[in-house]
Ligand binder design. Sequence first.
Ligand code: SF4
Length: 445
Amino acid sequence: MSPAASPPPQLRRITRGSLARFAYQSDAPSSTKKSNTTPQVADIEDAVSSSVTKTTTATATTSRKRKRAVVSSSTTRESKPSPVKKEESEEEEEDKIAPTPNRRARKPARKIVDPDTQTTTVAPPSDWEEMYELVKAMRLTGPAKDAAVDTMGCERLALPTASPRDQRLHTLVALMLSSQTKDTTNAVAMRRLQTELPPHAPDAPPGLNLENLLAVDAAKLNELIWVVGFHNNKTKYLKQAAAILRDAWAGDIPDTIAGLTSLPGVGPKMAHLCLSAAWGRTEGIGVDVHVHRITNLWGWQRPASKTPEATRLALQAWLPRDRWREINWLLVGFGQKVCLPVGRRCGECELGLRGLCKAADRGKVLQGRKVREEETASLKVERVKADGDDDEDGLVIKEEYIKREEEDVEALDMVMNEPKAEVGLKEENSPEPQPPARPSRKRRG
Ligand code: SF4
C-alpha cells in the first residue's frame, strides 16, 4: 500500500525580525538562544570605533599615525584625552610642515633699568632693524613699490606752482581731508579745490588759497569735497580753521605742534606729518592706522597699544630719530600694497618668507616659499643653458635638466610604442594612423 500522500511542507514566512534574531543568536551563548527578549544590536559607529580601539591598543607602535590613533582611542574608551600629548603632536606636525628658516625668540620693545644708575631705557624689539630694511627694500623695488601714498599722499598734493605759503595750506588741507579717506579719493577732492574753488574777488584767480577758502560758501565747499568721508564735518572744520589762520597766524599755518593741534579737526598724527612736510621739521612720528596696525601685528608693542597716539609714544621711545619721518611713508605704502588690512599678501612678503613676522599667514607663506623655490630652480636652469656655467651647482642642475629631458623622451617612446598593437588592428581600416598625443608632464608624476 502506498503511503498516504503527505501534505506539502508549509513554507515558513521569513521576516526581518526573525533574521535579526538569527544573526544575534549565532553569536550569543547557547543559554540565551531561546530567550524571547529583543536582541540589542550595536550601532554601526560603535562597532567601528570599538574595532579601531581594539586594533590600535593592541598594535601601538612608534609611528605618528598610530600614536594619534592611540590618543583618539583614549577619548572613546577612557575619561579624557591628554591635552599635552595632543598639543605636542600638533606642534611637531606644524614644525614638519612649515620649517621656519630663522626661528628666533622675538621680544617686544621693553624697559630696562640700569641697576647702577637706576636709569630706565627702552630696548628695541628683536630683529627690528632687519625687518625695517627688508620692508624698505620691498617699498623701493619689491612688491610694495608704487603705492598710492607715493604719488597721492598728503605730502605730495601741494601744487608745485603755488606760492610756499599756499603750498603749506595745501598740505594742511590735504591732511584734514585725509582722515577715513583713501589717498586716491583724497587726491580727487584736492584737485577739485585747487582748480574749482571760486575766486574771492572778480579779478582773483580760482583755486586753493586762504582768501578763497574764507570767502567760499560752506555749501559750495561741501559740494567740492563731497567724495571724502565725513565731508560735512570737514567742511565745518575747514571754515573754522581758515578763520583761525587769518586771525591768529597771520594767514599762514602754525609752525608748532601745539599750534597745529589747536586747529579744529587736527590731531597729533596730522600735526606731526604737517610739521614735517610743510616746515621740514620732524618732532614726532605720524602714526596713522597702517603704522598702528602693522607695528602691533609684528608685536613691537606688548601689550598691544590701543590707540595710534599710544603707538606713537611707544615707537618714539626706542626708534632712532632719523627714521621718524620715513617710517610713515614706509608702513603706509607697505600697508597699501602688501600687508593689507584685508587679504594680506604674506606669500610675497619677505618678513613672512624669512620667518620674521609672528602674524604671518602660514598657508600663504608655505605657498610663497614653494613658488620662490620653483622660480629659483627655473632661473638656475636658464642660467646654465644660457651661459654654460660650470660651477658645481650649475652642473648638478644641468644634469637634472638633461635627465628630465631624457625622461620626457622615454615617456614619449613608451606611449608611441605601446599602443602599436592596437593601432595595428585598425591599420586595415585607417591607412593613416595618427600618432598618439604627447603625454602630459603631470601624469609622469
Ligand atoms: S608676513 Fe603677512 S602679516 Fe606679516 S608683515 Fe608680511 S604681509 Fe603683514
